[in-house]
Write a protein of this length. Structure first.
Length: 134
């Protein structure tokens, strides 16, 4: 998946991710939309096969991290900013405001992690990143 960034400082597109199209897959995906500047808002979006338990995590460390014999495309420590059971026909999202007083620039790395509805397979999306400027 590819996208064209939006907002006043958007001069590049980016890469969202890819997925494995199999019958026992949760097909997790995550992306961010919005204005990554001080005072702007970001919408973090999480998708997966309906019925999958999923979460969207972010970190300041690009990783990867190995846990339980699996490699996840994000570093530690990480923070879960969105989680839930994915409903039919729609992803879930959360909107976060960037403080107006933010004066530094930082890069957040994120990924989706999901368990398929049959609870047989844990998968992660490709990593995404967003640079927030003050």
């Amino acid at each position: 998946f590819k996208f064209q960034a939006g907002g006043p400082n958007a001069n590049r597109g980016g890469y969202v991710g890819s997925f494995d199209n199999s019958s026992q897959s949760s097909l997790p995906g995550a992306w961010v939309l919005g204005d990554p500047t001080a005072g702007g808002t970001l919408t973090f979006v999480l998708s997966a096969v309906p019925g999958s338990a999923a979460c969207l995590v972010i970190s300041l460390d690009p990783g990867p991290t190995t846990a339980g014999g699996m490699v996840f495309p994000i570093g530690t420590p990480f923070v879960t900013i969105l989680s839930g059971i994915i409903p039919q026909n729609t992803p879930i999202d959360t909107v976060r405001q960037i403080p107006v007083s933010m004066t530094t620039t930082l890069t957040l790395f994120g990924a989706a992690i999901a368990v398929d509805p049959m609870m047989t397979k844990i998968e992660s999306s490709d990593q995404f990143q967003v640079t927030i400027g003050g």
